[in-house]
Design a protein around this ligand. Structure first.
Ligand SMILES: [Zn+2]
Length: 410
């Protein structure tokens, strides 16, 4: 191409026009996305996955190897035994580093996360829920300083996750009953200034969904729901190509949809929200009311163990709890045809019997035409889910959630 020629343009999936340099950037992003979503691959496999010519793929890969983003693994013979053994490409240690700050009820966790989902640095601090805004910001910035200082200039961005209704695009926390000091916080701007990196604000449970997409059981799936079941209840729903959001880009509040007009008063001020019967707070209160062993001090783990040991009270309570949870999950089935659920939070410690029970109840509460193929899994990300989710919001923004089929050889 000479200087007098206009840049070659091709059409993206969204219908927009891409210049040839945009195509190169898009293809590079798709190579990285493919490695994140589907794991290490040979050049030939990557070229196939990303749908570019081998020569183009080689140029992209060479650049990524030189930049230290990718490494070549040891040669593996082809399945058929013929041809030159392939050397799979994978992410180098500490490639595409993201900062992660996860604020939750009572704690702030901070970490540096690489593209493999490895956390080379992490820290957890107590964060009193009664903190005012200024005190909360001071504590979070201090926690971040301790972890990010050694990585200054190397972070592609920082993901800040909060248990709140927020406007991620504007970086505004609109309402937060769990940690009131977060409302109206200037943390996104303060973190960006302090660490000279772009900051992505995200609701915690939506970040769980993005974390599952890049690092967990959502890998390779286009649509699923990540649920959080703790003292609060919520869902982040991944639909083909994007994360479900409300009008104006607001995060959604599934835990506060009404399932009982005459139900108990919720922490949000409304009555009969799904959360009032689906949170672990309900489980503990109900254990106390029914006189189930452990009472208010019980936990999903203890109840699951008691039920497995034959305690009829624990079994009955967990059966009712599974049904309460299934109401909101089946609403998602009916509303959006979501059929794949990845559950997070304390509830996953209730055990495999409870997971099966929950699956049964979701199927029973779903329209028969939609119930086929419903799966309910417990997340395997465990204690890292919040931090991986926060980092994943950065990766998602960096690479784009919606791969445009940007063919280089049109
Ligand atoms: Zn509510």
């Amino acid at each position: 191409m000479t200087a007098s020629q206009p840049p070659r343009r091709t059409r993206s999936a969204a219908g927009g026009l891409l210049s040839s340099s945009d195509v190169g950037t898009a293809n590079r992003a798709r190579v990285l996305q493919s490695l994140l979503e589907s794991g290490p691959a040979s050049r030939a496999e990557l070229a196939r996955r990303v749908n570019v010519q081998r020569a183009t793929l080689s140029t992209i890969v060479t650049g990524l190897l030189q930049a230290g983003v990718l490494v070549e693994e040891d040669a593996r013979p082809h399945a058929g035994g013929a041809g030159k053994p392939a050397r799979p490409l994978s992410f180098a240690p500490e490639a595409l580093l993201s900062g992660a700050v996860a604020v939750s009820r009572g704690a702030v966790e901070t970490a540096v996360v690489d593209a493999r989902g490895v956390l080379p640095a992490r820290h957890r601090d107590h964060l009193p829920t009664t903190c005012g805004r200024a005190e909360l910001e001071r504590r979070v910035l201090e926690a971040a300083e301790g972890v990010f200082a050694a990585y200054r200039g190397r972070l592609r961005g920082i993901g800040l996750t909060v248990p709140a209704l927020c406007d991620p695009e504007a970086g505004v926390v609109l309402s937060c009953t769990a940690v009131p000091g977060l409302e109206g916080t200037a943390l996104p701007r303060a973190l960006a200034t302090r660490f000279d990196a772009p900051v992505r604000l995200e609701q915690d449970v939506r970040a769980f969904a993005i974390g599952e997409k890049w690092f967990g059981q959502g890998r390779g799936r286009t649509d699923f729901a990540a649920l959080q079941v703790d003292v609060g209840v919520g869902a982040g729903v991944m639909l083909p190509g994007h994360l479900l959001e409300g009008v104006r880009g607001y995060t959604t509040q599934l835990g506060h949809t009404c399932i009982d007009p005459d139900g108990a008063r919720c922490s949000c001020g409304l009555r009969g929200c799904w959360e009032t019967v689906a949170s672990t707070r309900w489980l503990r209160a109900e254990a106390a009311r029914r006189g189930v062993v452990g009472g208010r001090g019980t936990s999903p783990r203890r109840l699951g163990a008691r039920a497995a040991a034959g305690d009829a009270g624990a079994r009955a309570l967990l059966a009712d709890y599974a049904d309460n949870l299934a109401i909101g999950m089946a609403n998602l089935v009916q509303l959006l045809s979501v059929r794949f659920f990845i559950v997070h939070g304390d509830v996953v410690h209730a055990g495999e019997d409870f997971r099966r029970l929950l699956h049964e109840r979701v199927v029973a509460r779903s329209m028969p035409a939609l119930a086929d193929g419903i799966e309910v899994l417990f997340s395997e990300l465990d204690q890292d889910a919040g931090l991986l989710g926060a980092a994943a919001t950065v990766l998602s923004h960096h690479l784009g959630d919606t791969p445009a089929p940007a063919h280089d050889h049109l």
